[in-house]
Ligand binder design. Structure first.
Ligand SMILES: [Zn+2]
Ligand SMILES: [Zn+2]
Ligand SMILES: [Zn+2]
Ligand SMILES: [Zn+2]
Ligand SMILES: [Zn+2]
Length: 281
């Protein structure tokens, strides 16, 4: 890393980066024979904090201290990730959660916190919900059916218990796939896509009727148009797409070569009526 920072600069840059910094630095026990200590740089100390702890080797070969690892993993969770990948450029090795717990010296409370964030991040991607009856995690066999039966609740209540995947209440009315009879059983994200105002494009010529909120065509994250041009990079899946025609931006450029300020020859894609589900490779 480059030049060293003063303690004050360090604190400021930590505040700016929004990291959850533990008050006290965690240190490895030098007597812990299950760790491999190494002499050298802390590979995850991106803010040059110079942690006092001994450096230990992760399974990917990079050296960390408990605090640098904790901060890096917290940052991944805040970004919506549910897996822990080494932060060294070109490494990309995924560490098992147990390794993170051990190497970041997570307290039981921190571990619980991490697990909750991992679960809620993964649930967004994987179509997992919590049953309103028993609070257990549920997956559904048919992704197009909102009416889901919970086996646990059915057994406990000795009657068929179904809940609604959309409004997350006990199912009301006859079993059907698109919505239940509870008041306000609507998908708020789909409603946003349906009702958001159009963009007033000053900069992209000849485009009218383009909604100002789109679901990322790759991962389904809702994104509001804020930039002048029509291309957008999704902060979650990092895929660049065209806000107007909803194709990958490379595809859009193939069909309509030119700048990101020209209308697409395939026109404005209609308002989306469902949220794409992310299929990670
Ligand atoms: Zn690594
Ligand atoms: Zn249940
Ligand atoms: Zn419902
Ligand atoms: Zn995306
Ligand atoms: Zn386009």
């Amino acid at each position: 890393m480059g030049s060293k920072m003063s303690t004050e600069q360090r604190n400021i840059s930590r505040q700016l980066s929004g990291n959850a910094t533990t008050d006290q630095e965690k240190c490895y026990d030098p007597q812990d024979t299950s760790l491999t200590f190494v002499d050298g740089e802390d590979d995850l100390d991106f803010l040059c904090s110079d942690f006092k702890s001994l450096r230990a080797k992760m399974s990917c070969g990079h050296a960390v201290t408990p605090t640098s690892l904790y901060e890096w993993c917290s940052k991944l969770l805040d970004k919506g990730e549910c897996r822990f990948v080494c932060g060294q450029p070109k490494c990309n090795v995924e560490w098992p959660f147990l390794e993170v717990c051990k190497m970041a010296l997570l307290t039981p409370e921190e571990k619980k916190n991490f697990e909750e964030k991992m679960f809620s991040n993964a649930a967004d991607d994987l179509d997992i919900k919590v049953c309103p009856g028993c609070k257990s995690r549920a997956v559904r066999a048919d992704p197009s059916n909102l009416c889901v039966q919970c086996t646990e609740c059915t057994a406990a209540k000795k009657r068929t218990y179904r809940f609604c995947w959309q409004c997350l209440r006990e199912w009301k009315g006859p079993a059907r796939s698109d919505r239940c009879n509870n008041d306000g059983c609507v998908n708020l994200r789909v409603e946003t896509l349906r009702n958001c105002p159009d963009i007033m494009f000053d900069s992209v010529k000849g485009v009218t009727g383009c909604p100002s909120v789109r679901a990322c065509p790759t991962c389904g994250l809702l994104l509001e148009h804020k930039r002048a041009c029509k291309s957008m990079v999704c902060p979650r899946c990092k895929v660049k797409f065209c806000f107007v025609c909803l194709k990958l931006f490379i595809e859009c450029q193939k069909i309509t070569p030119g700048s990101a300020y020209n209308a697409c020859s395939t026109g404005v894609a209609p308002r989306q009526t469902s949220i794409p589900v992310w299929r990670r490779k």
